[in-house]
Design a protein around this ligand. Structure first.
Ligand SMILES: [Zn+2]
Length: 188
C-alpha cells in the first residue's frame, strides 16, 4: 500500500535532504529522515551537489569518536550547543534543526581546526556524521552529559568507549599536576 504525499511534503523533504547532503551526511542516515525520496535518488542528489559519489562502507559508531581525552572537551561543547539549541527533550527525541544549527556553529567556532580541514586532530566531532551519531547517542542512552561538582562544568560520558566515565577536565588537570604525559603530549 502506498502512502500519499502532498507537494509540500515532497518539497520539505527535498529541502531537508539538500541541507543534510550538503553537509556530507551519509545517505543511509538521510534516508532515515526522508520518506518521499528513494535512497537511489538521494545518491543522485549527493552527486549533483558534490560531483562525486557518496562514500559507502561502514558507518561511524559513537564509541570510537574520541581520539584522546581532550576530544571529550570539544564533544561536550558540541553537545551543550545542541541541547541549548533544541526545543525538545534531546534524551527522548532527536532534533534535526538543532543539530544543523549546532554543527554549523561548532564548525564556525573551530574553523580550520576540525579534522575535515586538518586530519587527525583532537577536536571532535570531526565531521557532520560524527555530530549526527553523537546527538543520536543522547537519545539512545549511548552517551550522557553529566554535571561535575568539582569543576562545575558539564562533562561527557560515552558508555562503550575505552575512556573512563569521569570528568575529563578534572582528570586532565590531575594528570598535569602529577606530571603524567602519556595522553597529554601534543601531537603535531
Ligand atoms: Zn570536573
Amino acid at each position: 500500500m502506498s502512502t500519499w504525499y502532498t507537494y509540500e511534503d515532497r518539497l520539505r523533504d527535498h529541502y531537508l535532504a539538500y541541507q543534510l547532503l550538503k553537509r556530507n551526511l551519509r545517505t543511509s542516515f538521510v534516508k532515515e529522515q526522508i520518506k518521499t525520496i528513494s535512497q537511489h535518488e538521494l545518491k543522485n542528489i549527493h552527486y549533483a551537489i558534490h560531483l562525486h559519489r557518496p562514500p559507502s562502507g561502514q558507518l561511524p559508531i559513537v564509541s570510537t569518536i574520541p581520539s584522546s581525552r581532550e576530544s571529550f572537551l570539544y564533544l561536550t561543547v558540541f553537545l551543550s550547543i545542541y541541547q541549548a539549541a533544541s526545543q525538545v527533550n534531546t534524551q527522548s527525541q532527536f532534533d534535526v534543526p538543532a543539530i544543523l544549527f549546532a554543527w554549523d556553529y561548532f564548525q564556525k567556532t573551530f574553523k580550520e581546526h576540525i579534522a575535515v580541514e586538518r586530519p587527525y586532530g583532537k577536536i571532535r566531532p570531526a565531521n557532520f556524521n560524527e555530530a549526527w551519531i553523537l546527538a543520536q547517542g543522547l537519545r539512545k542512552c549511548e552517551v550522557a552529559l553529566k554535571y561535575c561538582p568539582r569543576c562545575r562544568h558539564n562533562y561527557l560520558i560515552i558508555y562503550q568507549s575505552k575512556f573512563l566515565p569521569v570528568c575529563q577536565l578534572c582528570d586532565l588537570e590531575e594528570a598535569k599536576n602529577h606530571g603524567f604525559t602519556n595522553t597529554l603530549t601534543t601531537s603535531k
